[in-house]
Design a protein around this ligand. Sequence first.
Ligand SMILES: [Zn+2]
Ligand SMILES: [Zn+2]
Length: 336
Amino acid sequence: MQSLVCTEPGKLQLENRAEPVRKKNEVKIKIKRVGLCGTDFHIYEGLHPFLQYPRVMGHEVSGEVFEIDEGSEFKPGDPVILNPYLPCGTCIACRKEKPNCCVNISVLGVHADGGMCEYLIAPVSAIYSAKGLTLDQCAMVEFLSVGAHGVRRGEVRKNDRVLVVGAGPIGLGAAFFASIAGASVTLLDVSEERVNRAASLVKNSVGVALNELAAEQLKQITDGEFFDVVLDATGNKNAMQKSLHYVAHGGTCVFISVVKDDITFSDPLFHSREMRIIGSRNATRVDFEHVIESIRQDLIPTDQLNTHSATLDQLPELFPHWIESRDSMIKAIVRI
Ligand SMILES: [Zn+2]
Ligand SMILES: [Zn+2]
């Protein structure tokens, strides 16, 4: 089968590889769409920690069931979405039903070969039905689920005032699901263009560009009280530390993004608010299913999220250009 292999940082190569063989309790997926995100760019650029090359990238995978055990709830031809975060099933996080932060997590497309090829084998428990979604919509479920998980972690409620810091794809996903939960959403980003575009896509939201006036604006929007829930999706240490200043008394800050650094904060700021600071990693079945159902109900303007598309054999040529233009990218989709 045709496979696109990242043989070393900066090098993508089409190879003919043997089709993988399925075992019991596994599904062989005929891949149709793969979404790209910052993780793939980091792998290509050699910036991903602990990554071993060669690697077939692609963790935002969807397609059709090709082969599965008889008697399964799925049958060949069924459209499915893959949850690429494979848990060990026995560690402390798994025992607490938090497979998304499994101690021994293996992510298809990162720790093991992923979906930039024709067929992929995965445990049956890692696929969800995508009935009612178009193939392109399927390619967007994974990245939206990461934002949906952050919103669930922050326990966003109806009428909450929510601030999403960082209006890239993950922040946009968080903003959609905060809005769907009934919150009024403010988006904050360094790029005025990006924040306005994001705000135009999310119901009941406003965009604020980060400048000297931003803090005052955020204060005014909330009558001086600041936000019930702040969701950070910046991947920037300074922005994450600053986010804590926008949390209302009794409020919550969720760090969806991660930086390889220490985060520091003022204890009086934290203590006086009785603030909750919460981590949010990956996503679980609940989040995937919430996203799939929201797309089915037409609550996400998916047609406006697919900014870049290519076929597998176009990718070695296009990938370096896409990296350059990633600021204007919401979702790039590879069609297989
Ligand atoms: Zn991703
Ligand atoms: Zn585990």
